[in-house]
Design a protein around this ligand. Structure first.
Ligand SMILES: Nc1ncnc2c1ncn2[C@@H]1O[C@H](COP(=O)(O)OP(=O)(O)OP(=O)(O)O)[C@@H](O)[C@H]1O
Ligand SMILES: [Mg+2]
Length: 318
């Protein structure tokens, strides 16, 4: 069975890194790679189980879950093993061959692993990282993982995976917004991302219709923030465009806190800026299809915090 090409990325020297799904035929090479990568780290006690990896165990892990392999010039240089046991998935053995590290290979592999897990319906993913490697822990935190447990110096880090919705047309995106409005209540914050023209404002139009607020929902680009009061005594919709804002401090100048508790706050271009608004928020990312003739949008909803994790089933039913 041939390897399946999942993604490609480039090294600093211009060589292509192919991200593929390996097969059991790759088990021995993957085992060598894991042992080499983990063996090159500083020694820790107790030693990581990765150092006792065998081709048989790798083959079994690939059969039960799946792998993500990075290949340069036909040679494996990075691997991630993913286990999928019910809704909670696990990421294991994140390995990049010495000499290929710090070039985005681990990020590319983890991104692909998370996309595959999302497509296969997993709702959360966890992993174990050693406290002795604070830069590794910091790397996972930058990828959205938070500490959920610890045993000795082994930290369990986890993150929610997005709920993925398909919107073939602009009307479908509006309809998703309208249904999402049914899940919303005062105090909710939605942080939206996606390229220019992805459909963030289109989805906000559906939210506005669902919340029955006054005023046309248009791109607030030149206004930065617009308040749409409810016509039915419900929460207002505060529609914000953070495109021109560089920091949370600039967003704070908009005084969104004043309206936050009584409104639904929807921030376009909010990723990396608006997370300070609330501890719990819904991350919304809209992606276009890779085919330029296809207007389908993929809408990814990631619950952050207890309010949203508890509402995950309602998001899945949208
Ligand atoms: N499936 C779809 N979902 C959403 N919009 C779509 C879809 N198909 C086509 N469109 C069109 O794409 C455009 C999306 O524009 P919109 O203003 O909503 O994007 P945006 O993400 O808010 O962009 P900006 O970052 O510029 O604010 C609209 O013209 C919409 O009609
Ligand atoms: Mg917009």
């Amino acid at each position: 069975m041939p390897q399946t090409l999942l993604a490609e990325t480039l090294l600093g020297d211009g060589r292509t890194v192919s991200i593929v799904e390996p097969t059991s035929a790759d088990a021995a090479a993957i085992c060598d790679l894991i042992r080499e990568a983990f063996g090159s780290r500083a020694t820790v006690e107790p030693p990581p189980p990765a150092l006792a990896e065998t081709p048989q165990k790798v083959a079994a892990a690939l059969a039960e879950g799946f792998g993500v392999l990075a290949v340069v010039d036909g040679v494996p240089v990075g691997v991630v093993i993913v286990s999928l046991d019910g809704p909670m998935a696990g990421i294991h053995r994140v390995s990049v061959r010495p000499g290929y590290q710090r070039q985005g290979i681990a990020s590319a592999m983890v991104e692909v692993a998370i996309e595959l897990l999302t497509a296969r319906g997993a709702s959360a993913v966890e992993l174990v990282a050693r406290e002795e490697f604070p830069q590794v822990v910091a790397w996972w935190r930058r990828h959205g993982f938070v500490e959920v447990g610890r045993e000795g110096t082994s930290l369990t880090l986890a993150r929610q995976l997005p709920v993925r919705l398909e919107a073939p047309s602009a009307d479908d995106t509006r309809a998703i917004g309208r249904r999402l409005a049914g899940v919303l209540r005062a105090g909710d914050v939605i942080i939206a991302s996606g390229d220019l023209g992805a459909g963030k404002t289109t989805l906000a139009q559906g939210l506005g219709a669902g919340l029955a607020v006054a005023g046309a929902i248009i791109s607030p680009t030149f206004v930065l923030s617009r308040v749409h009061p409810s016509t039915v005594g419900g929460p207002a919709l505060v529609h914000v465009d953070a495109y021109r804002l560089g920091s949370f401090a600039e967003l704070e100048d908009l005084d969104l806190e004043v309206s936050l508790d009584d409104s639904v706050t929807f921030v376009e271009w909010g990723a990396g800026i608006a997370e300070g608004l609330a501890e719990d928020y819904l991350e919304l990312d809209i992606r276009r299809s890779l085919d330029p003739d296809d207007e389908t949008r993929w809408i990814f909803l990631t619950p952050i915090g207890g309010r949203w994790t508890a509402s995950r089933p309602e998001l899945e039913a949208l």
